[in-house]
Structures are given as C-alpha cells and as structure tokens.
Design a binder for this molecule. Structure first.
Ligand code: FHN
Length: 472
C-alpha cells in the first residue's frame, strides 16, 4: 500500500481527533503492530504468524451475555438509563441484591450451535463472548470464584464449553472478553464504590491475584485454542499488572491475541466503541460496535441499524484497514433477538456474493473517496471537522481492486488514476463475469456500468490489474 505524506497527515490528524477524547479519558487503546509495507520488515515472524488469521477474518461476532439480561434495562419497575450490562452500576444495586439474579438465571433456550450458525450465516469468522463482565459473574465453570453459571444458577451448564465445541465443528475461532479491572462483585475489584468505597483504598492486587489472573488461566486452559482475550476498561492497570496477564497468555497460549484494552501493549489497537476512524490506519485494529444502542440485552432498545447501514460500516472499516466486531445481546432465555438475527443474516447474504472483496482485503490505495477535513467548520475541540463522503469505497487484494458502489453513478464510474494497467473489470455479483468496458488514461479510469441501479447495493466492481501492488 502506497500512502502519500498528505494522506498520512490526514490519517494522523483524523485519528487524533477521533480518539483524543478516549485517550484523555484514560482508555488505553493498546500499542498496535503495523502491517503496511514499510513496517512489515520490523514485524517479527512470530507476530506476523499470530496476526495472520485476524488479518484474514475481518468480521467477528461479539456477544454480551450475563445476569444483566434478566432485568433487561429495568430495576424495581423503573427503566434504568444507559447500556444494559451497566444496570448494577447505574442503579447502584448492592451486591447482595444483584447476586440473587443468579438463582433465576436459567437460559433453557440457549443453543450454542444456533449461535455459532448465526455467526457463520452472517459471514463472521470469529466470536468473542463475555466470559465475565464488570458485574463479576462468570458464565463458565470457574474454580477461582463460585459466582459462576455452573455453581450459582439452576442452569448448571457451561456455555463456553458448548460454544467451544460448536465453533470447532463449524470452523470459527472463539475468543473471550474478560473484564480484568472492573469487578463490581468483589470488595477489592475496581468500580463498585457504592458497596466498597473508593477504588484507591482497595487491595487491587489481591483481587487480581485471587480472581482475575486465575480466571484468565482457566479460560486459556479449559476451552481449547482461544483466538483472543478481549480485556476492557483498564482502570488501575499499571504496566506491571498488565505484564502479569501478558505472561499468562504467552505461557499458556502463545498464539492467543491480546486486544488493545489491557493496560499495556496489545497485539492490535481497539478503537472506541462504535468509533470508525475517518481515514486509513496502517496498523492492525478493530472496531467493537452495537447493532442497536446497548451491548447487553435491553428489552426497550429497538433502535436497530439497518442491513444497509451495517454493510456500509463493514466495507468502510475494511477499506480503512480494520476489523469489525459486531455485537448481539442475547436474552436471559438464551435467545438472540430476532432483528439482530435478521440484520446479520442480510449482511451475510451480501458477503456470500462479495466476500472476496472483504476477507483478507487490504485498505484503499486512494483516500479521496473517504472525505476530507473541512476548511470552514470545526468541531467542539476547535479542530477541523472531517466531512465524510459515502459514494464509494475501495478494498484491495494483490492484483485486484474492488470498488464498492453505494451511490449508483448511472452508466459511468470514474476512478482516480493508477499506474497499473487494468486488465479486466467485472461485477462480483455477475456469475458470468461479463467484462465491463474500461477506458484508462493518465488522469482517470472510466468504467461503463448499466444505466439502472441494481436492486441490491452496494454493487462491487472487481478490477484485475497488472502487478500486486497499486501504484499511484
Ligand atoms: O464498559 C464496557 C461496556 O459495557 C462494553 O463491554 C464495551 C464494549 O466495547 N466496553 C466497555 C466500554 O467501552
């Protein structure tokens, strides 16, 4: 991938604008490993091997599931504002009351194979599920804490075991979200100030050593190959504390990736929730995102993103070099809400036809189609606003360019010039791969398209070019 210094400046400035707020709020995004050509030489072969599947997979399913699915956004008859899995914190529910939910947790409709099949139908290649969220409840059998689904609920089954088996059967990778710092159930965990007082007066290392570290060891020892551990909200996570987790991972499963929210260097950068950067970022990164507004199930949240919006976001992210980790929040019975299923399957149908332009694809060599910094308008921080364009996006593979058209250009599409000769162009949706007529000059590439917009968008034009790398 060739990047001009102007593009690089745009990328950097847009990145700083988009993520400055998160950085100042203390959210550690991890130190990423760059995979672009200039940085490839500095990447160890060990790191490249570890990252290989992640760079290929591109699209994953996030699952937030725990006791919070029972109140589903309502406590004692009152709706509680905010994301569903934060209800214990938002309503300041005492541990003694909240933990009684465990006796009611009996998700008899949970079917691991159906969940994994949904991910497969959606075209997703990996699954990341909350093994323990901030409420401290483990949805797997843990010897380190009795506050877990097998020991504390009538359900008694271990969903992670069942998911690991279903993933192995369907050839998807499985990773675990683990809230390493916040644990509102524990007197020494971070976050529960309503029961246990201020965090700075807690014996945080005792909590880490007695619960979080042993539980991460269990996750790595008992469920087969774990593709990644997704740490989150690294409050009080010093370098030394983070290093203890890195050592556990590198000892027990050296191939397992560490996300960007541990508190020290991870294997890739985690962007803010639902935050898609404005421009290309030449590193490994991932955007965790919601299908509605919440992560954990909330019965009143029906603000579903449309399949068209989700497809645009998927393409947008891949064209900027990232991975998309898209969340579902199953109910307390173990059902993934129907609109989530429908919308994900719609994306999957598009991917069945156009997957070649997504899996393992590299970012755009252009950049001008993404938008530009405004010369007139500034954001709240006083910095220039990024004005996004949404007509088309580009992804690449060696010897190929894929143009994703979100706005039908009617008859003719103009692509900025490249030096490589275009050998052939066709629509990925055309099984016959009938060649489209192309006129390539020094200043542009013009591709002839049907007058009529197709019924389903985006349509992807595949261009076969001479040479593996796009030269501009
Ligand atoms: O506090 C969590 C939140 O509940 C959710 O798990 C998200 C997912 O990225 N992470 C934290 C907020 O960024």
């Amino acid at each position: 991938m060739i990047e001009t210094s102007r593009q690089l400046k745009m990328s950097l400035s847009a990145f700083m604008i988009a993520f400055g707020a998160l950085l100042t709020s203390g959210l550690v995004l991890g130190t990423p490993h760059a995979w672009n050509q200039s940085a490839q030489s500095t990447e160890s072969t060990e790191q490249a091997a570890r990252m290989k599947w992640f760079r290929e997979a591109k699209f994953g399913l996030f699952i937030h599931w725990g006791l919070y699915a029972i109140p589903a956004g309502e406590w004692k008859g009152q709706p509680i504002a905010g994301i569903g899995e934060w209800i214990m914190n938002r309503a300041k529910i005492p541990v003694k009351e909240y933990e009684q939910l465990a006796a009611q947790f009996n998700p008899v409709k949970f079917n691991a194979d159906e969940w994994v099949k949904l991910a497969e139908d959606a075209g997703m290649k990996y699954i990341v599920i909350t093994s323990k969220h901030h409420d401290g409840f483990a949805i797997y059998q843990s010897r380190a804490s009795k506050y877990n689904i097998v020991d504390a609920t009538p359900f008694k089954r271990d969903p992670l075991k069942e998911l690991a088996a279903a993933c192995a059967k369907r050839n998807l990778r499985l990773g675990f979200y683990y809230s390493q710092a916040q644990d509102w159930h524990e007197s020494n965990g971070a976050g529960n100030t309503w029961d246990f007082g201020p965090d700075d007066q807690k014996n945080f290392d005792q909590y880490l050593q007695e619960k979080a570290e042993p539980q991460v060891r269990e996750l790595l020892a008992n469920y087969g190959p774990v593709c990644l551990i997704w740490f989150d909200t690294p409050r009080m996570m010093t370098k030394e504390r983070s290093q203890r987790f890195i050592d556990i991972l590198r000892t027990l499963q050296p191939q397992c990736l560490i996300d960007g929210r541990l508190g020290a260097s991870g294997d890739y950068r985690s962007m803010g929730d639902n935050r898609i950067p404005d421009t290309v970022i030449n590193e490994d990164w991932e955007v965790p995102a919601t299908l509605n507004r919440t992560w954990g199930y909330k019965k009143d949240d029906n603000d579903w993103k449309s399949p068209e919006d989700l497809t645009f976001k998927l393409v947008d992210i891949i064209s900027k070099g990232g991975n998309y980790l898209l969340n579902v929040g199953p109910t307390a019975e173990g059902i993934i809400p129907q609109p989530s299923q429908d919308n994900l399957r719609a994306v999957g149908r598009w991917l069945k036809v156009n997957g070649e332009a997504i899996y393992g694809a590299r970012p755009t060599p252009f950049g001008e189609e993404l938008g530009q910094l405004s010369t007139a308008e500034t954001g709240k921080d006083g910095k220039p606003l990024f004005k996004a364009k949404m007509d088309w996006r580009c992804t690449t593979r060696p010897g190929k360019l894929f143009i994703h058209l979100f706005k039908w250009p009617a008859a003719q599409f103009e692509l900025p010039a490249i030096k490589n000769k275009v050998k052939k162009a066709y629509l990925l949706a055309d099984p016959g791969r009938k060649p489209l007529s192309v006129n390539q000059t020094d200043s542009a590439i013009s591709i002839s398209l049907p007058q009529q917009a197709p019924a389903s968008m985006p349509l992807v034009v595949s261009l076969e070019i001479e040479g593996d790398t796009v030269r501009r």
